[in-house]
Write a protein that binds this ligand. Structure first.
Ligand code: ADP
Length: 220
């Protein structure tokens, strides 16, 4: 992002407009104790850079940051449910070999593992590579031997914001989160896998965001 460097007088004009808007150039010049002609070029720059708006017969208004707020607001309102894709799931008795073939067929980077239908683990490309270069017989080892397992799994819920999910992906340095529903079975908590949020989902969303026009400033 390009950071615009305003001079001291321009910064003071911004503060005056924020405080007194809508405000005429006459009032701004009085508050600054300078001639109107002195601040004319400053006002032109502030309008050109989008921080101020000039309304004829009304005066100057502060509009800076508003568009950023609209975008931030929009991102925080989008839910995991709106972007999640189909999960790719195997049972924990599946062999590493079969799981690798399945991963290629489904064209994903992470597979979720279930035990009795509920989430028990996650396996990524690197887990498979580690197992393969370790000289193991991948046709014999079940996937639950190599997976990252409960309770160390990082998950997401459908009603969370996509912003929270993206933060979790970055903070935990992983590529995807299983989207789950929490259930109580025989007094113990289990998770049903209902989707997947990956860095690809977030990138697609980012691209869509880039093609949008943010006109609804009143949402900010
Ligand atoms: P890659 O294999 O491409 O590095 P990740 O960065 O997603 O993929 O995985 C790195 C490690 O984190 C792997 O050991 C994987 O099992 C584990 N992992 C991946 N996703 C999760 C998750 N949602 N929760 C816990 N661990 C995970």
């Amino acid at each position: 992002m390009i950071e615009i460097q305003y001079n001291d007088r321009q910064k003071r004009i911004i503060e005056i407009v924020k405080e007194h808007q809508p405000v005429t150039s006459e009032k701004i010049s009085k508050l600054l104790n300078v001639n109107r002609s002195t601040i004319r070029p400053d006002l032109s720059i502030l309008i050109m850079t989008g921080i101020l708006d000039a309304r004829p017969k009304v005066g100057y208004l502060y509009v800076g940051d508003q568009e950023d707020k609209v975008i931030a607001n929009h991102i925080r309102n989008v839910k995991v449910n709106d972007l999640k894709s189909m999960p790719v799931v195997v049972d924990e008795k599946t062999t590493v070999y079969d799981a690798i073939v399945f991963m290629f067929m489904k064209d994903v980077g992470t597979i979720y593992v279930t035990s009795n239908g509920y989430l028990s683990g996650v396996v990524s490309r690197k887990d498979f590579l580690k197992t393969a270069i370790g000289g193991n017989d991948i046709r014999k080892i079940p996937i639950n031997v190599i997976m990252t397992r409960m309770p160390n799994l990082i998950i997401a819920f459908s009603n969370e914001s996509i912003y929270e999910a993206a933060q979790r992906l970055i903070n935990c340095e992983i590529d995807s989160l299983p989207v789950v529903e929490r259930l109580l079975i025989d007094n113990s908590e289990v998770y049903k896998v209902v989707g997947r949020i990956s860095k690809t989902n977030i990138t697609k969303f980012f691209v869509e965001l880039g093609t949008k026009e943010f006109g609804g400033l009143e949402d900010a």
